[in-house]
Structures are given as structure tokens and as C-alpha cells.
Design a protein around this ligand. Structure first.
Ligand code: UTP
Length: 315
């Protein structure tokens, strides 16, 4: 039951929360002193792609939840006068434009989480900034291909169905234990790939999993989630899980209740995972306007060499 408010009073999400305070243990030691969201993907830190996506989707008022090493995140979206002046003196317009783009993106704010108590806790930290309106959540290490319009579709789904919206993606059964997993059903008359979420479970074993639909790093949430998060006890891994709070919303009735899922079939990269990170660098690298063609030619040749075929093993 999700039709809790009439479409006439529903508000479109305008703000975004980007949690970026996790410990990034899967990418150690690279993430010991810098947040994983600052790792470069080709020539921009991962979080810049995420902020650009939020701006494209119409949610340019952004609060980033930071933790350790917050300075690098804040500095990246702030002006760097000395650098700009040095480039100006050299007449290097091209690089000057690239530097300025990162501080002219959206309206990016920062709040500290203090202690990384889980994704649910990080989202709750955004409460004061968001207020009482629907909002988007974009995980700072999860990239959605520029050519896809997942967040826009989720914002539309939230306007149509109310409640909260999760992004779902089919994954191989043996990988479902790495994600939150959704039990879903079709919605009568809905033809756009939006499904009703009946239940959610965080990182289930393949035997326990109700489906192979994994929750990926985009959400559009009703503000009623905050009250639920405030009383959500630490769950799996001792962390306050957003999935647990959404599970409660999925089964609730009344204002802002209910969860629907948008099934995503495009390209997504989890840059907090080392292998996925490398795939993201290659896939975005071959498309780069400055050197993509050269990189692709080099790759094509390299895979035919002994080293590329793995015949010449090195550390
Ligand atoms: P992850 O579970 O991928 O982050 O959280 P992690 O804990 O840093 O990862 P590993 O497993 O140790 O490598 C998803 C998103 O939520 C943020 C992370 O920064 C990431 O963007 N997060 C997670 C927080 O902001 N705070 C937390 O307490 C936990």
C-alpha cells in the first residue's frame, strides 16, 4: 500500500544526500589516508561523477556526508585560487576550465558523520539539510553511466507512486550476498519496469535471497525514513542499515509509506571494489575525448601480446 498522498500534493525531490564517510576497507591501503570517493576514475575523482549526475537529474542542492580525511573532499569542490592564477598566467585555458568545473558544479555542502555507524546513520546525518521533503541519495563510490537516466526515472517513479524508491539491478545469484536484496511484485497497469517492493534483506546468502535483484547505490526517499532511522538498531555488521529502515517502510501504511523499485539495465561501476574500479577506468578511458581512441588502440594491441594474454606473469 503506497498510495498514501494524492499526486497533487506530492513534491519532486530537489535535494541530494551523498554519503562518503565509509571506511573503504575493500580498497586498502589506497584508502588509508584518502576517501575512496576521491580515487581518480580517469581524470576526475569518483565523487565528481556522482555530483555531476545529481545536477543533471535536477537535484543540485547536495549535502555530502564526510568522515576522515574530509579536507580533500571539501577542497575538491572549493576554489583553488593559487592554481587558477598559475594557469591563468600560463594562458592554459583548457586546464583552467577543468579546474573551475569542479567548483562550479552544484551547491555542495558538507556535514561530518563523526563515526561510521553505517549507511543508514549517514543518511540520518543529512536530516537537517533535507528537511521535510523527498530527497535523493547517491552513494559516493557508485557510478552510473552518463548515458543512463536512472535517477531521473526514480524521481518520476517517486512522484507517481509516492513513498520511497530503490534502484535494483539483476546480479548473478552467487553475488547477491554482497548487496541488499529485494522481494518484488508487479504493479497493476505499470509498464515502465517499476515494481512494488514487498520486502528487503541485507546481504542474504544465495539460499535465503528472495530474488537476484540487488539494491544499488541510488535511492529517492520519503522524509518519513528519518523517524524510522532514528530508532533503527544496528543490524548486519553492527551498522545502522538503510535496508532495515526501508524494510519497515515497505511494510507500513500511511503517510510516505511503501517502497517501489526501478529495475536498472544500464552500466554501473562500484568504484569501492578494486576490480570494478579497474573496469570503470578502462570503459570510461576508451571514451575519453582527449585520448580515448589512442587508449583503445593501445589496449587492442596489448591484449594480443604475451603480457596481455597473461603468458608473462608479473607481480
Ligand atoms: P560501503 O559499505 O560501500 O562503504 O557503503 P564502506 O564501509 O566504506 O566500504 P568497505 O566495504 O569498507 O570497502 C556505501 C556508501 O555509504 C557510505 C560509504 O562512504 C559509501 O559511499 N558510508 C558507509 C557512510 O557514509 N558512512 C558509513 O558509516 C558507512
Amino acid at each position: 500500500m503506497t498510495e498514501s498522498t494524492t499526486p497533487a500534493v506530492r513534491r519532486r525531490a530537489r535535494k541530494a544526500v551523498i554519503p562518503a564517510a565509509g571506511l573503504g576497507t575493500r580498497f586498502l591501503p589506497a584508502t588509508k589516508a584518502i576517501p575512496k570517493e576521491m580515487l581518480p576514475v580517469v581524470d576526475k575523482p569518483a565523487i565528481q561523477y556522482v555530483v555531476e549526475e545529481a545536477v543533471r537529474a535536477g537535484v543540485p542542492d547536495i549535502v555530502t556526508i564526510t568522515g576522515r580525511s574530509k579536507a580533500s573532499l571539501e577542497d575538491h569542490f572549493d576554489r583553488h585560487w593559487e592554481l587558477e592564477q598559475a594557469l591563468e598566467r600560463k594562458g592554459d585555458e583548457k586546464r583552467l576550465k577543468r579546474v573551475r568545473k569542479s567548483n562550479d558544479l552544484g551547491d555542495v555542502h558538507f556535514v561530518r558523520q563523526g563515526e561510521p555507524k553505517g549507511l543508514g546513520h549517514a543518511v540520518l546525518i543529512g536530516k537537517n539539510h533535507v528537511g521535510d521533503e523527498p530527497f535523493a541519495v547517491l552513494l559516493g563510490d557508485d557510478l552510473i553511466d552518463e548515458g543512463d537516466h536512472l535517477l531521473e526515472e526514480m524521481i518520476e517513479a517517486q512522484l507517481k507512486h509516492g513513498g520511497s524508491v530503490v534502484a535494483l539491478m539483476e546480479v548473478p545469484a552467487e553475488q547477491i550476498n554482497l548487496y541488499g536484496c529485494a522481494e518484488v511484485e508487479q504493479i497493476d497497469g505499470e509498464t515502465s519496469g517499476v515494481v512494488r517492493v514487498k520486502g528487503l534483506v541485507e546481504k542474504p546468502s544465495p539460499e535465503e535471497a528472495p530474488s537476484n535483484l540487488a539494491i544499488i547505490g541510488r535511492y529517492v526517499l520519503d522524509p518519513s525514513i528519518f523517524e524510522v532511522l532514528e530508532r533503527t538498531e544496528p543490524g548486519r555488521g553492527g551498522e545502522i542499515q538503510l535496508t532495515d529502515a526501508l524494510q519497515e517502510r515497505a511494510n507500513a501504511t500511511g503517510d510516505g509509506a511503501g517502497v517501489v523499485g526501478v529495475v536498472f539495465k544500464g552500466n554501473r561501476y562500484d568504484t569501492g571494489d578494486r576490480l570494478d574500479y579497474l573496469k570503470a577506468v578502462v570503459r570510461l578511458g576508451v571514451r575519453h575525448h582527449d585520448f580515448g581512441d589512442d587508449f583503445r588502440s593501445w589496449l587492442q594491441e596489448w591484449v594480443t601480446t604475451d603480457e596481455g594474454k597473461g603468458n608473462e606473469k608479473r607481480a
